[in-house]
Design a binder for this molecule. Sequence first.
Ligand SMILES: [Zn+2]
Ligand SMILES: [Zn+2]
Length: 310
Amino acid sequence: MHVTFLGTSGAVPTTQRNPSAVMVRREGERFLFDAAEGTQRQMMRFQTGFNVSHVFVTHLHGDHVLGLPGLVQTWDFNDREEPLAIHTPAGTRNRIEELVTVAGNSPSYPIRVHEVSAGDVALDREDFEIRAIEVDHRATAVGYAVVEDDRKGRFDREKAENDLGISPGPEYSKLHNGEPVELDDGTVVEPEQVVGPPRPGRRVVYTGDTRPIDSVVEAAEDADLLIHDATFAEDRRERAGQTGHATAKQAAEIANRAGAKRLALTHVSTRYAGQSDRLETEAREVFEGERAFLPDDGDELDVPFPDAEE
Ligand SMILES: [Zn+2]
Ligand SMILES: [Zn+2]
């Protein structure tokens, strides 16, 4: 799984940062989380590829959705035929439909708008799902969690072949799929003898705009990557609360409680242009070392499987 930070600025663009958008690529598919003004250009600039199947909108503040009409129109110019799914918080379908057909634009490919509430599975696939999670902002909003299923345990080929005398063949996949196998001499081999415990899949959580909230701690439990609102530094903690945002340190506290492996701070206020170190430093006071970072636009992150280093 591959994450590209397309826009890391809060509310308005700066010369260095575009407002919110995150691209997640997984096995050839592209998922876009929020689409601020300028997102399509960021996709070209950072060469993420353009073929997005699903867009996940956290809320309808302009700095998260104003890129949608342009993207939708460009796809139309490119003769897109595949349907586009847009997931958006409950009660916002009409406004999304208005937005993508703005100025009389009516794309020739199908656009399906799905409303989601916290707890809903927005996208259900064979080996992963994307869930809507509860956040706390000034508008109707959700965050999203990409959650992969557990994978099969490791197959101990050496043990199967050398200790148990099973020659390579269809028995291996039977055992790996959890079925017992009977050998020629009548011995029954149980899968547990040669297959390790299931290995966890990956989990990436994107909050969009939010105050610190317990539901994100739950959703981001053991997450490989938490991408959290970090609009302000501690000097504006009160303002963060008033405006429905978090400070970098609050984001770090959430990541810490969740046991997340890495924390990406995003939606940074223009107030901190040129002093992003400050947000990182404050986050790292509570969330160990370099696991907390403030990405620049265009930064990419490969999310390895939790057991990858074994
Ligand atoms: Zn915002
Ligand atoms: Zn907002």
